[in-house]
Design a protein around this ligand. Structure first.
Ligand SMILES: Cc1ncc(COP(=O)(O)O)c(C=O)c1O
Length: 358
């Protein structure tokens, strides 16, 4: 694959010349609340940076740094912390005691909002796409155990989840609430991600992250310095629309598209929460090489993409790449591999598709 195939990014609003400052949300009331908490509940910020020695990258002259955002907080890791922090302050400022948000049945965001509600004293409501399935899967079990009330919207209503009619219906059922968008990707969430690059105390050229809603990429790209660029790896199939979403999120958060990001669309492995035997092998091999169990829905696709792009000389020798890890696998053992039914031995992304079934 050539660099040209790592396409995307909006041509509009190019010409970023400096780092966009995160918003003034940074000195906020949640700090006061956090100070009152036991040390183990405090966020680990800045998150650590680890150099990863991987022969596949080294032989192309590429240095890889991992930004270990998965270590920010045990229950609210990675971009979840960065996105929720400003939003929780805003909810508190507005006097709301209930957070309502949306997500799929395996949503990391639902899980994180449930945990944040418990930690920071909000009631929470999770509006889940599709029908209820009992027993609850581990994500929804965790959310329910953390006190989140769960409700379900059929797929048509879910598409209209932020329409006045649906929000009114939810209001009638749950009373007044503070609405957090799916994935926590609103201007406050995006601004929360913009502080990440400034935490990196060594020179780098490219920073990469996986993309679901695109909010993390929108924020990180906005926080880069001159000459640096961001690469997003969407985990959804047919994610061409995401370039417009990232553009819109940046404009809403900062008033301008930073113009320093692109996306590599070819690493979805069949789509959201799908996998192939090849990706499973990559995860197992990565664990053997580095002792890290990659989270399979997002971060394994990101790392796979980096290795594949390096092999295709998409990065010039001498490039330092930062990969943002928002999570590791819940289930790091060999059992993780049993989640995927044997496929037809695919060798390219998108073939031999199987669905994660945790
Ligand atoms: C582990 C992980 N990485 C990456 C992402 C993608 O973030 P975004 O929705 O901001 O693109 C998510 C989103 O939920 C996630 O849970």
């Amino acid at each position: 694959m050539s660099a040209e195939r790592a396409r995307g990014g909006s041509a509009a609003g190019t010409g970023l010349t400096g780092r966009m400052p995160p918003s003034s949300q940074d000195e906020v009331t949640m700090d006061a609340r956090l100070d009152a908490r036991p040390a183990e509940l405090l966020p680990r910020l800045p998150s650590p940076i680890e150099e990863l020695a991987d022969g596949r990258l080294a032989e192309r002259g590429i240095r890889l740094l991992l930004k270990r955002d998965d270590l920010i907080h045990p229950a609210i890791p990675g971009n979840k912390w960065r996105k929720l922090r400003g939003n929780l302050d805003e909810a508190r400022r507005l006097g709301h005691d209930t957070l309502l948000t949306f997500g799929g049945a395996y949503s990391n965001h639902i899980r994180a909002v449930a945990a944040a509600g418990g930690l920071f004293g909000f009631r929470t409501v999770g509006v889940i796409r599709g029908e209820e399935h009992l027993p609850l899967n581990p994500t929804l079990r965790f959310a329910a155990d953390a006190g989140m009330r769960l409700t379900y919207l059929d797929r048509t209503s879910y598409r209209a989840k932020t329409s006045a009619a649906v929000v009114e219906r939810l209001g009638a059922e749950f009373g007044e609430f503070h609405l957090l968008p799916e994935g926590g990707s609103n201007p406050l969430g995006v601004r929360g991600c913009a502080g990440l690059p400034a935490e990196i105390d060594r020179p780098f050229d490219v920073i990469c992250c996986s993309c679901g809603t695109g909010g993390t990429l929108a924020g990180i790209a906005a926080g880069l310095g001159p000459g640096q660029r961001a690469l997003g790896v969407p985990v959804l199939r047919g994610a061409g629309f995401l370039a417009a979403e990232v553009d819109a999120l940046q404009r809403a958060a900062f008033g301008v598209n930073s113009g320093n990001w692109t996306m590599a669309f070819d690493f979805h492995f069949g789509g959201y929460a799908r996998s192939t035997p090849e990706l499973v092998r990559f995860i197992a091999d990565f664990r053997d090489r580095h002792g890290l169990a990659l989270e399979p829905v997002y971060e394994a696709k990101l790392l796979y993409a980096l290795v594949a792009l390096a092999a295709a000389d998409a990065f010039p020798p001498g490039t330092t790449v930062v990969a943002v890890l928002n999570a590791l696998a819940d289930d790091p053992g060999p059992a993780a591999q049993r989640r995927v039914a044997p496929g037809p031995g695919a060798t390219t992304p998108g073939r031999g598709l199987t669905r994660w079934s945790r």
